[in-house]
Design a protein around this ligand. Structure first.
Ligand code: G1P
Length: 296
């Protein structure tokens, strides 16, 4: 069975209403974490995991996202002429191979499962990854790479998983765990946004998936679930009912929910403090804020 994962779907059709008014004109995925748009973190993680084809499921108003991936020959020439090699390297590191990116439009906002299903014809008959760019994961070894390495051994479907406080579990897809084998968990059920008190565990699904085309076929049912939306979690749960293996993978690293204001601010502080060129001044500033010193 083919266990090489070379395609990834990036669902980026959401309107980002939690970041209004910024998202009136800027797609959420272009919003900047330190100096890179959120989507660049997702792309870099996918590349590190061996992904060669990048499929964006977009919607109205996402033009800036498509433009971002164009090469910028004039900018490159001017940086080169000025001898700004560092910046040139930064810009060039974002260039993508011609034909490596495809855009599919989700014509109706029917949910994450529907967004993934929209890309079905570009997937063909091979396993694929799904990356939700809102979930930014800081890790020594990028999260999807950790998963791909394990997937090559075990196959099936795999979702990234993280323990959350029980009272927050209802904001996530939640795993019902059968057996734990180190970071890998075999799963006997999955529930999207369970009602409080009905969470099968506190192990939440985080936005990294490796899926088989069976999941796409299951999404053909277009069955609405939590919130009236077609849920990816439900389609994966149906795989378990069909006796096909589904695993949770407890990744090493820290996840930031950049789909929320607090999460985005936390990521900004953490990534800022982690940058050698910013660390010294920024940590002094943070220490000053904490001690109540007036901002200069
Ligand atoms: C989506 C998924 C959910 C998952 C979450 C992780 O939910 O549907 O299963 O736990 O991402 O970020 P959303 O945050 O889009 O509501």
């Amino acid at each position: 069975m083919n266990r090489k994962v070379t395609k990834a779907i990036f669902p980026v059709a959401g309107q980002g209403t939690r970041f209004l008014p910024a998202t009136k004109s800027v797609p959420k995925e272009i919003m900047t974490l330190v100096d890179r748009p959120l989507i660049q973190y997702a792309i870099d993680e996918a590349r590190a995991a061996g992904i060669k084809e990048f499929i964006f499921v977009t919607s109205r108003g996402k033009g800036a996202l498509e433009d971002y991936f164009d090469t910028a020959p004039q900018l490159e020439a001017s940086l080169e002429a000025k001898g700004k090699q560092d910046l040139l390297d930064v810009v060039r590191s974002t260039n993508m191979d011609s034909g490596a990116i495809a855009y599919i439009r989700q014509h109706q906002a029917l949910g994450l499962g529907h967004a993934v299903w929209c890309a079905r014809r570009l997937i063909g008959n091979e396993p694929f990854a799904v990356i939700l760019p809102d979930d930014v994961i800081a890790a020594d070894k990028p999260c999807l790479q950790q998963m791909v390495e394990t997937y090559e051994e075990v196959g099936g479907c795999m979702v990234a998983a993280m323990e959350v406080p029980k009272e927050q579990a209802s904001s996530y897809g939640v795993l019902d765990i059968k057996e734990t084998m180190g970071p890998l968990m075999s799963v006997k059920g999955m529930v999207e946004k369970p009602k409080k008190g009905q969470e099968p565990s506190n192990m939440a699904v985080i936005g990294r998936y490796i899926l088989t085309t069976d999941v796409l076929r299951s999404l053909n049912k277009k069955q609405a679930g939590a919130g009236g939306e077609i849920q990816l979690t439900d389609a994966i749960a149906r795989e378990i009912q069909s006796l096909r293996p589904v695993y949770g993978y407890k990744f090493e690293g820290r996840r930031y929910d950049c789909g929320s204001k607090n999460g985005f601010l936390e990521a900004t502080v953490a990534f800022g403090l982690n940058r050698p060129d910013l660390r010294d001044d920024f940590s002094k500033f943070i220490a000053g804020v904490q001690s109540g010193a007036p901002a200069e």
